[in-house]
Design a protein around this ligand. Structure first.
Ligand code: ADP
Length: 270
């Protein structure tokens, strides 16, 4: 990307040299493009709830005498402002993550505890959709990182599993350690994601069904946040899914070498 590698033979010296020409401008232009896209997307996304709130405020003003209408408009304003606040929160989270310095601020984190707490915090929405969350297995070693970021990532995955599943289904969370990696998978019996869509869902603001995402409180940023957290921790996130048959998101993070180093120092999310 923006780098040209040339192999040249200088006959008079009888040797081969490798010339590396790095074109920094290309990289800067790309970063700028990404930032401009992001700003354009953010403005577009913010306009929807802000516009709705403004219209509802006008309607509320006009309907002053009609008690039923006043209540209805007030409730819708409440919903739209909730959407706005979730969006602002996710935008801030994402920009914070992009500047995060895990290596300096990290500590040993017990993923078993993080997952348990992420499940507890999703208990209410799961219950109101009659979805059962089942956790199986454990990981052996802590991972090095930021417990709050990891909590945010797993909460987002569990939250999606609940929001894109029909009532009465099950969300399974599996933990295990394998080849020095802590592996956490979140499986649902929901709508599923086609192969083409799987390639795009980690992009900011990409949604398969924007109406569904919005009506269930989605911001379109959840999976980009997950991707950033995981890459900040030197790990990877993958998805397996078939349309109509549910999805499995798997996060793999490098485990710390020995439990002895981390004993008594494991950090919990705040
Ligand atoms: P959103 O806030 O819209 O849920 P995300 O970034 O979390 O945004 O997800 C992007 C899109 O990927 C969602 O709009 C949805 O279409 C799809 N998606 C994410 N998780 C799941 C899942 N567990 N099952 C089906 N579709 C999903």
């Amino acid at each position: 990307k923006g780098t040209i590698i040339l192999q040249v033979r200088v006959a008079s010296l009888g040797a081969e040299y490798i010339l590396i020409l790095a074109d920094d401008r290309t990289e800067i232009t790309r970063t700028e493009e990404i930032r401009n896209d992001f700003v354009a997307n953010v403005s577009h996304e913010l306009k929807t709830p802000v516009g709705a709130i403004s219209l509802l405020a006008e309607a509320l003003d006009d309907a002053a005498e009609d008690e039923v209408a006043v209540r209805r408009f007030a409730q819708r304003m409440h919903k739209e402002s909730g959407r706005l606040s979730a969006l602002v929160q996710d935008i801030i989270e994402l920009s914070r993550l992009q500047g995060a310095d895990i290596v300096r601020k990290g500590k040993p984190v017990n993923l078993n505890t993080v997952i348990q707490e992420a499940v507890d915090r999703n208990r209410l929405p799961a219950e109101s959709n009659s979805i059962e969350i089942v956790v199986r297995g454990t990981v052996d070693e802590p991972v090095f990182g930021d417990p709050d970021q990891l909590m945010t990532a797993f909460r987002n995955l569990i939250d999606n599993a609940i929001r894109y599943s029909p009532e009465g289904t099950r969300v399974g969370i599996g933990l295990r350690s394998r080849d020095g990696l802590a592996e956490v998978s979140v499986t649902d019996q929901g709508t599923g994601i086609t192969a083409e869509e799987q390639e795009r869902i980690f992009e900011r603001f990409y949604r398969i069904d924007a109406a569904r995402s919005r009506s269930t409180g989605g911001t379109g940023l959840g999976l980009s946040i997950v991707k950033h957290v995981v890459s900040n921790h030197g790990g990877e996130v993958t998805v397996w899914s078939m349309a109509g048959q549910g999805s499995t998101f798997t996060v793999r993070l490098p485990e710390m070498e020995s439990a002895d180093d981390a004993q008594g120092a494991e950090a919990q999310p705040s």
